[in-house]
Design a protein around this ligand. Structure first.
Ligand SMILES: CC(C)(COP(=O)(O)OP(=O)(O)OC[C@H]1O[C@@H](n2cnc3c(N)ncnc32)[C@H](O)[C@@H]1OP(=O)(O)O)[C@@H](O)C(=O)NCCC(=O)NCCS
Length: 288
């Protein structure tokens, strides 16, 4: 009793001691104990709602059209596009270049129909891009090389936030992976690829989104111990309704909480308006 509260307090003290102005927390929406702990006991505000999508890597999403081209971008092109296209997001990391240059970042790709053209030219310091009428972009983070998940049927010890969350999805994930729940086969550690930085435009975005999941599944076949593809989108991200709803896919409602802890005046430019719920965020793969 009281351990959860003491843990949150000491993490906050450590963060404040290291210069944090805000602290974030995340939990699954129907985890009553932790939502009470964060809101009632520790005064966190509801910041944003997201959905985590979990798809077994062994079951590629059907319907990849032969008419679709998926092309890898150079890092500078990807950074340019993210900085230009993601300004409309409610929340976007200022160091997207650092994310894309991380070792775990496998790459950024664009998906579009072969009948159209993707034109990208370097003009001195600038990159001039003419995008097709429908196109999508995405990046992939190889979480398998950072840590492995280890789900046990009767063991709820939290590993990271994500482990506790995924444990709740376990009963759906086992059948997806074609493993009986009672077999405990996922006791063997396994990893996942994280799809992030999803963005798309145009009328045919639905087909392009399918192509992205299918591409990621195929990529996962060549990554050791990779069993799952995971992505996360804010509830008001326009792409959320275009995520392919395969029967093998699990959905987890995720809540992020925020608290101002130190040093920023309410009227400063850096101040986040607490209580204003946002819904279109760039999920930073380093936090997942
Ligand atoms: C969430 C968790 C960390 C809480 O730890 P805990 O030591 O039980 O919590 P505390 O005793 O410090 O309780 C602090 C507050 O949390 C809330 N709380 C804790 N357990 C609760 C429960 N079963 N139901 C409702 N609220 C609960 C209450 O607001 C409580 O305050 P109160 O005692 O004044 O009513 C713990 O239940 C846990 O480890 N759960 C499984 C893993 C998990 O879900 N981790 C969080 C992932 S984000």
């Amino acid at each position: 009793m009281g351990i959860g509260f003491e843990l949150v307090k000491s993490v906050e003290e450590w963060l404040i001691g290291n210069g944090a102005h805000y602290t974030f927390l995340a939990t699954e929406k129907n985890n009553v104990a932790s939502t009470n702990l964060f809101t009632s006991k520790c005064n966190y505000m509801n910041f944003t709602s997201l959905v985590i999508f979990v798809q077994p890597a062994s079951l590629p999403v059907r319907g990849l059209s032969q008419d679709i081209k998926i092309e890898k971008l150079q890092a500078d092109q990807a950074i340019y596009l993210y900085n230009n296209k993601f300004r409309s997001k409610d929340m976007f990391p200022t160091d997207v270049d650092a994310i894309l240059k991380e070792k775990l970042s496998i790459g950024t790709w664009v998906s579009y129909f072969k009948e159209e053209e993707w034109i990208s030219l370097h003009n001195n310091e600038d990159i001039v891009t003419k995008t097709p009428s429908s196109w999508a972009m995405f990046s992939i983070w190889n979480s398998c090389d950072a840590y492995k998940l280890h789900i046990r049927k009767s063991d709820h010890r939290p590993f990271r936030f994500f482990h506790a969350t995924l444990s709740h999805a376990r009963d759906k994930i086992f059948p997806c992976l074609k493993l009986p729940v009672c077999h405990h086969s996922l006791q063997k550690p396994f990893g996942f690829l994280f799809l992030f930085g999803l963005y798309g435009e145009g009328e045919r975005i639905q087909e392009l989104m399918k192509s992205i999941w299918s591409f990621a599944s195929r990529l996962a076949e060549n990554v050791k111990d990779c069993r799952v593809i995971i992505s996360e989108l804010g509830v008001s991200d326009p792409l959320i309704e275009h995520v392919p709803r395969e029967s093998s896919m699990s959905f987890i409602n995720d809540l992020w909480y925020l608290k101002k802890v130190n040093g920023i005046a309410d009227d400063s430019e850096e101040s986040v308006v607490l209580g204003q719920v946002i819904g279109n965020v760039f999920v930073d793969p380093r936090d997942f």
